[in-house]
Design a protein around this ligand. Structure first.
Ligand SMILES: C[N+](C)(C)CCCC[C@H](N)C(=O)O
Length: 288
């Protein structure tokens, strides 16, 4: 089983992640809290109360987890394609796999990465939602002191299954939408590149950026549900399950609630995934 794809997936994922984390914090706050009136208001408030560091809350854990998650995504994707089409990464320009195979490989990678992502993502969301300013003398300490304390507290207060809160919504969110991710990327690369040639850096950037947008746009409704299920249990249990979460959110806040975070998800997705795909392709070319 070729391993370069796993390593390239890890490095490229980490580069994209740092670039996108501030957008992600704003998104999670908009999806789960009511004190902000839109993206700009949220950014200004975070900056005023929590300084620039507020945007990077909860990032240490994703940086560690992206090593596992993005390498599983890209590694499983590429190795599934190898199994389905008997072509390695290097041969795929000359012998392009069908879109059905690309979609199936993307879904497989998406499903397995979601299984690894679930506990990391839960901890990230809980930490991002702590609005206390950083350690000011006299102010009450935040509920979670950091990722390890957060994981231990969830384990203690909500049991081991508590660490997988929202995991079904996460798997449903990621399996089809990562199929869409790779189809969009490959489709755009093929459109803009004469047959058999390697796509240019500009093509990879644009195709990667739009792949991110297409995937996030389709993932947003389940992303809202996922974030809400993850925050449940912290407050009192408000939702009986995923369906209940959808129905009561829509009833209370209107159908628009399912698209909360769409703009910010898309704004984040373009640079993050442009950089992810560019570094991924370069690393593999460099090693290949
Ligand atoms: C499937 N879904 C859209 C949810 C995630 C796509 C992940 C792609 C990339 N790691 C990123 O963070 O943008």
């Amino acid at each position: 089983m070729p391993v370069e794809e796993f390593v390239a997936g890890w490095i490229s994922g980490a580069l994209g992640l740092v670039l996108g984390h501030p957008f992600d914090t704003v998104k999670v706050r908009l999806q789960t809290q009511t004190m902000y009136h839109g993206i700009i208001d949220c950014m200004v408030k975070i900056y005023r109360h929590e300084s620039l560091l507020g945007f990077f809350k909860g990032m240490s854990f994703p940086i560690a987890s992206i090593a596992v998650v993005n390498s599983v995504l890209f590694g499983v994707y590429s190795n599934t394609l190898l199994m389905l089409t008997a072509t390695s990464h290097q041969d795929r320009r000359a012998q392009p796999p069908s879109y059905v195979h690309i979609f199936m490989a993307g879904c497989t990678g998406g499903f397995l990465q979601a299984c690894c992502l679930a506990p990391f993502d839960l901890i990230k969301v809980r930490l991002q939602n702590q609005t206390e300013p950083r350690a000011k003398p006299g102010s009450p300490p935040p509920r979670y002191r950091g990722p390890v304390h957060c994981a231990a507290s969830i384990f203690r207060e909500e049991g081991p299954r508590g660490l997988f809160r929202g995991a079904w919504a996460l798997m449903l969110r990621d399996t089809p939408t990562l199929g869409i991710y790779f189809i969009t990327y490959e489709g755009l690369c093929r459109q803009c590149t004469p047959g058999g040639q390697t796509p240019s850096s500009a093509t990879v950037l644009v195709a990667g950026g739009f792949a991110g947008i297409a995937s996030w746009a389709t993932a947003t409704p389940l992303d809202v549900v996922k974030s809400r299920m993850q925050m449940d249990g912290l407050r009192r249990r408000a939702y009986q399950g995923m369906l209940d979460c959808i129905v009561s959110s829509v009833r209370q806040e209107g159908p628009g609630v399912l698209f909360r975070g769409l703009t910010i998800n898309s704004a984040r997705a373009f640079p993050v995934n442009a950089v992810t795909f560019l570094s991924y392709e370069y690393l593999l070319r460099f090693w290949g």
